[in-house]
Design a protein around this ligand. Structure first.
Ligand code: GLU
Length: 310
């Protein structure tokens, strides 16, 4: 049962103050130069609810690189295109390995552990590249319609940086292709994947865009069915077990919400039948999750009694 608090905005503002200096405990992602240039002091949080309320604090309207959070939207599109046959090409188990690990993919014959580690997301990019004639445009259009904003853009500087430092992702894709699990040409699917990672959105836009996952697949703003209730359940299950990289177990243990983070410092958490929390602070912990972002979501979940395991 969600606790009602009348002063959510003040609560979020006070949490943003509390975590103002948490950026010092982490390090901004530096695997690509463009991400290392981000101001580490940025900090924002937004709560969007299915009844249409938006409450934010700090830099919650500032767009940032969504990175791995894009994997959720791509998965929705791939599930819609392939139906259940998708699950013959990618599994739904936690990996227990870093997000960009190659080793497990070799043991498991090119079948990624789940769609939210890099191997799985590259497989999903393959589905989109081979099933849409203009997959990047289709992806951007999907996000723009969910966020109800044509202002959402691809950051070309981040894209170029990803492309020129993408050898590990290329290795994952070629390994899967060697096992016959990739249909498209690798440069095409990498280009799609790096494009989706390079999209910039704010905490507010992300929280609003993901409301369908808190509402049995229906976007409460447009009343449109985005994915079936069964697929909504499946996505939330995968986010609960694998969305926070190799810290997913601890996050479930201490927070108890389906969630996804990205190396741009964003964290989204789905609260079924209530709404979505999105936080952003670029410095990351050793698992690749935002230090302040995780703390913000944890405190809000605790304060409002949002865990799904209650
Ligand atoms: N573009 C990043 C990569 O593929 C995304 C990683 C992430 O946010 O987890 O390496």
């Amino acid at each position: 049962m969600v606790k009602k608090i009348s002063n959510l905005r003040e609560k979020l503002q006070s949490l943003v103050k509390t975590y103002k200096n948490a950026y010092m405990q982490g390090a901004v992602a530096d695997y690509i130069p463009a991400l290392a240039e981000v101001n580490p002091k940025m900090l924002g949080v937004c709560v969007a609810t299915i009844d249409g309320k938006i409450t934010g604090a700090g830099d919650y309207q500032q767009p940032f690189s969504i990175q791995s959070i894009s994997k959720i939207f791509a998965l929705v599109m791939a599930m819609e295109r392939l139906g259940d046959s998708l699950w013959q090409r990618v599994n739904m188990e936690p990996s227990g390995q870093p997000f960009n690990s190659i080793i497990q993919l070799e043991w498991e014959k090119g079948i990624p552990r789940n769609p939210v580690i890099n191997a799985g997301a590259l497989l999903v990019s393959d589905v989109l590249t081979s099933h849409f004639c203009a997959s990047k445009l289709a992806f951007l259009t999907f996000l723009r319609s969910l966020a109800d904003s044509d202002a959402i853009k691809i950051d070309n500087h981040v894209y170029q940086s990803e492309l020129s430092h993408g050898n590990r992702n290329a290795a994952l894709a070629y390994l899967m292709k060697s096992f016959g699990n990739i249909e498209s040409e690798i440069p095409d699917l990498l280009s799609h994947y790096f494009t989706q990672c390079s999209i910039k959105m704010s905490c507010q836009q992300l929280a609003q865009s993901l409301l369908f996952l808190a509402n049995k697949g229906v976007n409460p703003r447009s009343n449109k069915l985005i994915c079936s209730p069964k697929d909504t359940h499946r996505i939330n299950a995968i986010l609960s077990t694998s969305g926070m990289y190799d810290q997913s177990g601890e996050f479930a243990f201490s927070v108890g919400l389906p969630a996804k983070s990205g190396v741009g410092g964003g964290v989204v958490a789905i609260v079924p039948n209530y709404g979505v929390i999105c936080s952003w602070s670029p410095p990351l912990n050793k698992f690749g999750n935002s230090v302040a972002g995780v703390n913000l979501v944890a405190d809000i979940a605790q304060e409002l009694g949002l865990s799904i395991y209650h």
